[in-house]
Design a protein around this ligand. Structure first.
Ligand code: FE2
Length: 296
């Protein structure tokens, strides 16, 4: 038995991507997977966190000057986004970058004036290559000959900034599943827990790993073969800030997207329509409203 992806490539069909195939097997078997990231990606993420540290330490007026809330772009303070109910917001500030908004932020001069924005552009480009490989592998498995779903323009990267010791709540984010196809996540300190067999367990990630969390849209695409991964962020009460990075991957709305596995669970359901509406569940505008600048 060959033990790693580099060796396995020799016994695969050359069009296959063995690393992505192993990831897909892991998702199917365990409901989540650990993505091996390259050294350059690790460096890129660490650099993004160091720039995030400088950004979130700035006074509120400066941070909030980089927010285009109608496009869900840039800074968001605590209180706008929630996991279950709006009375219990996620106890985190955040900074988002949507690929769809690049023209708006370019026009606003953010590439030059806002280092965290410029850095996240590089990071999201890097992470997108892993996702494209995984989606193509899924399409090859369940709908051979079709391209993987297009996702770039509908997806966004976000850095969250937590101050655990400032909050009395046990959970900085209540348990929830993400309304996306997948979320890639990493963090600089503990707190993230995932539900395994009905019990929340802390996640341990190696230096060169990111967690792949399936969202409810992937469940829809796979006819329930890959359930959504419920997760939460537990309060460590640490005085050091906690930073996490998420790449939230949605399907672009300008494509026909049929479920890969069709059965009773997804009969008559429209993947694109559900993707559009799911952000509403967490206090955010629909994908279409955010694209058109009709958010708050
Ligand atoms: Fe989440």
């Amino acid at each position: 038995m060959l033990s790693n992806a580099v060796e396995r490539v020799h016994d695969c069909n050359p069009v296959d991507n063995p690393a992505a195939r192993l990831l897909l097997e892991e998702l199917l078997a365990r409901g989540h997977a650990k993505l091996q990231i390259g050294r350059e990606t690790r460096r890129q993420i660490d650099h993004s966190f160091s720039i995030a540290r400088e950004y979130f330490a700035k006074p509120f007026p400066e941070k909030s000057s980089y927010a285009l809330s109608q496009y869900v772009e840039g800074y968001r303070e605590i209180g706008l986004e929630y996991s279950q109910v709006k009375e219990r917001p996620d106890l985190t500030e955040s900074f988002s970058l949507w690929n769809r908004n690049r023209a708006h932020t370019e026009a606003a001069g953010w590439i030059q004036s806002c280092p965290i924005h410029a850095e996240l552009r590089r990071t999201v480009d890097d992470l997108s290559t892993y996702v494209a490989d995984l989606f193509q592998t899924m399409a090859d498995k369940w709908a051979p000959g079709t391209p993987g779903p297009r996702f770039e323009r509908a997806s966004y990267i976000q850095v969250n900034y937590y101050e655990p010791a400032q909050h009395s709540r046990d959970m900085l984010q209540d348990g929830h599943e993400d309304g996306h196809l997948i979320t890639l996540v990493t963090a600089n300190s503990p707190g993230l827990e995932i539900e395994i067999d009905g019990k929340y367990m802390p996640v341990e990630l190696g230096e060169n790993e990111m967690l792949i969390m399936p969202g409810s849209l992937l469940t829809l695409m796979t006819g329930g073969a890959i359930p959504p991964l419920f997760h939460q962020v537990k309060n460590s009460r640490r005085t050091d800030p906690r930073y996490s990075m998420m790449f939230f991957v949605n399907p672009e709305g300008n494509q026909v997207l049929e479920p890969w596995i069709k059965n009773a669970s997804n009969a008559g359901r429209d993947v694109i329509a559900e993707a559009n509406a799911l952000p509403l569940k967490f206090g955010l505008p629909s994908l279409e409203d955010g694209t058109e600048g009709r958010g708050r």
